[in-house]
Design a protein around this ligand. Structure first.
Ligand SMILES: Nc1ncnc2c1ncn2[C@@H]1O[C@H](COP(=O)(O)OP(=O)(O)O)[C@@H](O)[C@H]1O
Ligand SMILES: [Mg+2]
Length: 361
């Protein structure tokens, strides 16, 4: 049976969608049948795979409202091992429409029963909230990837997410694990970004992925072309970072993949040798990913590194690369998508490096 991995953090702009799309694509690139499931009404993950959300006939919305079986919403993508279930702006209404549904937190879990047999991995891109959609994802998921933006003060607000995970474990999904905390948009040239990263590691210990996603302009450009970064620029730092993350996820789930497949289905395709590195990791049993090591209430000590300090350091060093390149001109057919990404009314749109961190977002 496949593993369902939710990518969640109620803060917008931390790299959830980027991670969901590129982790899914990188897993698929290793010949693991993978599904990207977009349950964010903003549908950035859908468009990031080249699917125009406004034109999809059947989205996850119809699945959640029970109008169509899950299989009918599955679309193929450019990559042979990657399928997608698109989102649609209609999904905004789903939270309200589902209020009277019996066991409304379990709808996605029930819908995914068959998909678990079809795919090795189902990666779920969650909206930037802890509402019913995210709750459905956490209830359906085996584990959760928590992206944190290395440049902003990353830990603030995480207590709320960890608490939600704990409550989901108590009441809805006792087996939910933390797959890992992922440092995103890391700029190694910013001294303070490294301090933020160190603080995240100090706090979460071995829950933090070894793989770190650097700030990389190719990663930011790729969605405007409707591609995961791997198809847009395979040699970019972003592609390498996300491949490293995929390798780590596979490595941590070898036992899971092999055992489950032995029971449920034909053997999983073995990842190409290039992915196994020294091969040693294959013999290491996966680490338990329980919540035990993670305090529920967020950081005990106040932040030592503040966003303002990082922003000041960046402002003082104009030579450093910042947010997505201004003036990037995507081809005409993608301009509409790109302009949506820049829609100021779009909470999930890129904040630019200058946007201050707001604890309420
Ligand atoms: N590693 C990265 N390098 C450069 N830009 C990035 C990177 N990761 C994310 N971004 C950009 O940051 C913005 C927010 O990322 P996104 O994945 O949409 O966050 P979320 O889904 O959490 O709201 C997007 O414009 C995205 O292109
Ligand atoms: Mg998103």
């Amino acid at each position: 049976m496949g593993k369902v991995i939710a990518v969640a953090n109620q803060k917008g702009g931390v790299g959830k969608t980027t991670t969901a799309v590129n982790l899914a694509a990188s897993l698929a690139a290793t010949d693991h049948p993978t599904l990207l499931l977009d349950i964010d009404p903003q549908a950035n993950g859908t468009s990031g795979l080249g699917i125009e959300p406004r034109t999809v006939a059947t989205s996850v919305y119809e699945v959640l409202t029970g109008d169509v079986p899950f299989e009918d919403a599955v679309l193929q993508t450019e990559m042979p091992f990657l399928d997608a279930v698109p989102s649609h702006i209609n999904l905004v209404g789903a939270e309200i429409e589902m209020i009277n549904v019996l066991e409304r937190e379990q709808v996605l879990k029930r819908a995914l029963v068959r998909a678990r047999r079809t795919y090795d991995f189902v990666v779920v891109d969650c909206p930037p909230s802890l509402g019913l959609l995210t709750l459905n994802a956490l209830t359906a998921a085996d584990s959760v990837v928590i992206p944190v933006q290395a440049e902003y003060f990353a830990l603030e607000g995480l207590g709320q997410l960890l608490n939600t995970i704990k409550i989901v474990r108590q009441h809805l999904n006792p087996d939910l694990e933390i797959e890992g905390v992922l440092l995103t948009m890391f700029d190694p040239r910013l001294r303070l970004a490294s301090q933020v990263a160190a603080e995240v590691r100090r706090y979460f210990g071995d829950k933090v992925f070894e793989a770190v996603i650097q700030r990389n302009v190719r990663v930011a450009e790729a969605p405007s072309f409707g591609k995961p970064v791997l198809l847009y620029d395979a040699l970019s730092a972003g592609s390498k970072n996300y491949m490293a993350l995929a390798r780590e996820v596979i490595r941590n789930n070898l036992r899971y993949l092999h055992e489950e497949h032995a029971e449920e289905a034909p053997p999983a395709p073995v990842a190409p040798p290039t992915l196994s590195g020294d091969g040693q990791h294959h013999r290491t049993p996966p680490q338990p990913h329980g919540l035990a090591a993670v305090p529920a209430e967020g950081p005990a000590s106040p932040p030592r590194v503040r966003y303002e300090d990082v922003a000041r350091e960046r402002a003082d060093r104009p030579e450093l690369p910042g947010a997505p390149t201004p003036g990037l001109e995507p081809p005409a057919d993608r301009i509409r998508l790109a302009s949506r990404v820049n829609d100021p009314t779009d909470d999930d749109a890129p904040d630019d490096a200058a946007a201050p961190y707001s604890p309420s977002s």
